[in-house]
Design a binder for this molecule. Structure first.
Ligand code: AMP
Length: 583
């Protein structure tokens, strides 16, 4: 299963000179303080994400530059310049201030990907509130859990979503205000008792506002993690995270002034804020937001229509594009694409190989988590891609592979992936659960909960979540390796692999497999896939059992929930399923 490295030309010979042209050189004497100087800061040394992402550009040469190109579900379009965003976010900041919202209050958002979400969220940052975006497909229970846990004072929502969660709203004593944005509705805002109309509030609000004096250490945003393994917890980030979001926007996404950037993640998940708001806008880049969901043809069309140059998406989406077939992309002009990144799950080598002729380039994998706030390990434009590898740590980051005593392992050995604390976008607590936060640190390392190995050239290779790793007859098997081998079979669309308890081997590898259109489950196909896997993997690692399933359980952010596959297999309680994507 050795995939050849995808070689890159020298940086100087590339059409667009990469921002990080010499990774080794930049990493060598790197100091975060040097990046501090590239931000604008507020007078007196204060720092606010909204200033760095919007006002800084609006007061300078980017005032009339497009910040947001929005396309709604039904095809309607809106555009906003940095100057317009400044005025609108100022208005919303005044709205909140008028309600008595002060620094540290929690303001939550339960909205579709509409421009008002972006405006309201940055407006709330301007008053110094801690913002919490929630995924719009949530049902009432996950919304209540998060609003209760965070003690949110204000909820900004839309009529249909408001109706969906109506029964939980009286059970939230700390929730003082509900603001309803009438987007997508005909006629006047259908307000319920006591609700406030966004449009009415905004029309009365002034477009001048002095941003709150937030320090770099003040809290700015909280995200409940997607919970592939346990109950969601609110990871809290500080304003200083923008330093790293800005830097990784340059180095990893390679954003340049004229780029048109599209991040497909929803702001209900950390990628949708760190890279769907903060990284592009702190770099002053124009970005596309598409309200609609996934459809292969619609996505290809977005790239063609808006001439997207830099694209940040996820392995599930790429596997779905693969599933839709090679014919669909032939109907679209994708030649604007200059650079493609992926995050959220391991990017199977097969997906990179598939993408090469379709996009005329490699897809670049990178690794990070809700807790890390920004990319920590990545592939870079000027560095060879080794398919299946997450790449190398960004400048300023020390990543280690540790044994079970949290001591460093040599190159080539598998162990706990750990990071030296102190990077700017590191989370600062789990809301209301400092003990759990403290438990993530050992012997001077942040323990990520992932297993990985580092090769002799310093590339990191993902093995699996610590909880997902399978121990079969003394061999530790990462589910990713087995899943990647399975999806190389032409009939396999997706695979999820678990360890099933076994009296002799402790665990055996069991695979759940969904098939591509045009293939039906059969005993013959099962045997063929088993044989195929045994040829690709060592016999001890290949699945002992394969079960065909119509689809795999995933989080709403697209991660395969192996924990759930296992619980269902063993007839155990399913635990927290608030982030499960329903079919
Ligand atoms: P979340 O906090 O929900 O964003 O999930 C973070 C987890 O997703 C990581 O700890 C990994 O288990 C997984 N993940 C994210 N990016 C990658 C990647 N590039 N390769 C492998 N796993 C990834």
């Amino acid at each position: 299963m050795d995939y050849k490295a995808i070689r890159k030309p020298e940086a100087q010979k590339m059409k667009v000179m990469p921002n990080l042209a010499d990774y080794e050189q930049v990493s060598k004497n790197f100091r975060w303080e040097d990046i501090h100087k590239e931000l604008d800061w507020l007078p007196g040394g204060f720092l606010n994400k909204a200033h760095e992402c919007i006002d800084r550009h609006a007061k300078g040469s980017r005032r009339d530059k497009l910040a947001l190109l929005w396309e709604g579900k039904s095809g309607d379009r809106e555009t906003y310049t940095f100057g317009q965003l400044k005025d609108e976010t100022n208005r919303f900041a005044n709205v909140l201030k008028g309600m008595g919202v002060v620094k540290g209050d929690r303001v939550f958002f339960f909205m579709e990907r509409v421009p008002e979400l972006y405006i309201a969220l940055f407006g709330a940052l301007k008053v110094g509130a801690i913002v919490g975006p929630l995924f719009s497909a949530f049902g009432p229970d996950p919304v209540r859990d998060r609003l209760l846990d965070s003690g949110a004072k204000v909820l900004v929502t839309q009529p249909d979503l408001r109706r969906r969660i109506a029964q939980i709203l009286p059970t939230l004593p700390q929730l003082k205000h509900i603001i309803v944005v009438n987007k997508g509705q005909r006629g006047p805002n259908p307000l319920s008792n006591g609700d406030l109309s966004y449009e009415a509030l905004m029309s009365d609000a002034s477009s001048s506002f002095d941003i709150a004096k937030t320090s770099m250490y003040d809290y700015s945003i909280m995200h409940y993690t997607s919970g592939t393994t346990g109950k969601p917890k609110g990871a809290v980030h500080r304003h200083m995270a923008v330093i790293q979001q800005y830097a990784t926007g340059r180095w990893v996404l390679d954003l340049h002034e004229d780029d048109i950037y599209w991040c497909t993640a929803d702001p209900g998940w950390v990628t949708g804020t760190s890279y769907g708001m903060l990284a592009p806008w702190s770099n002053g880049i124009t970005q596309v937001i598409y309200e609609g969901g996934f459809r292969a043809s619609a996505w290809y069309e977005m790239i063609q229509k808006y001439k997207v140059t830099v694209w940040y998406t996820a392995p599930t989406a790429i596997r779905m594009l693969m599933k839709a077939g090679d014919e669909v992309p032939k109907h679209y002009d994708l030649s604007s694409l200059r650079y493609i990144n992926s995050v959220g799950e391991p990017l199977n080598p097969e997906a990179i190989v598939w993408g090469l002729p379709v996009f005329n380039q490699a897809i670049h994998d990178n690794w990070w988590q809700t807790e890390t706030g920004a990319i920590l390990i990545g592939n870079y434009p000027a560095m060879d891609v080794r398919p299946g590898s997450m790449g190398k740590p960004i400048p300023g980051i020390e990543a280690g592979i540790l044994d079970d005593n949290y001591d460093q392992l040599p190159h080539g050995k598998e162990g706990h992936l750990a990071i030296r604390p102190g990077w700017p976008s590191m989370f600062h607590t789990y809301w209301g659960n400092q003990e759990l936060y403290n438990s993530r640190f050992r012997k001077g390392w942040y323990i990520t909960g992932d297993r990985a190995r580092r090769d002799e050239s310093g590339y990191f290779w993902f093995v699996g979540r610590t909880d997902d790793v399978i121990n079969t007859a003394g061999h530790l098997v990462g589910p990713f390796e087995v899943e990647s081998a399975l999806i190389e079979h032409p009939a396999v669309a997706e695979a999820g692999v678990i360890g099933k308890p076994d009296p002799i081997a402790m665990e055996v590898v069991k695979a759940f497999v969904s098939l591509k259109d045009g293939h039906e489950p059969s005993e013959q196909l099962r045997n063929e896939i088993m044989r195929f896997a045994r040829q690709k993997l060592a016999a001890a690692v290949a699945p002992r059992e394969i079960e065909f399933v119509p689809s795999l359980p995933k989080t709403r952010s697209g991660k395969i929930m192996r924990r759930l596959l296992k619980a269902r297999e063993l007839g155990l309680p399913e635990g927290d399923t608030s982030t499960l994507e329903e079919d």
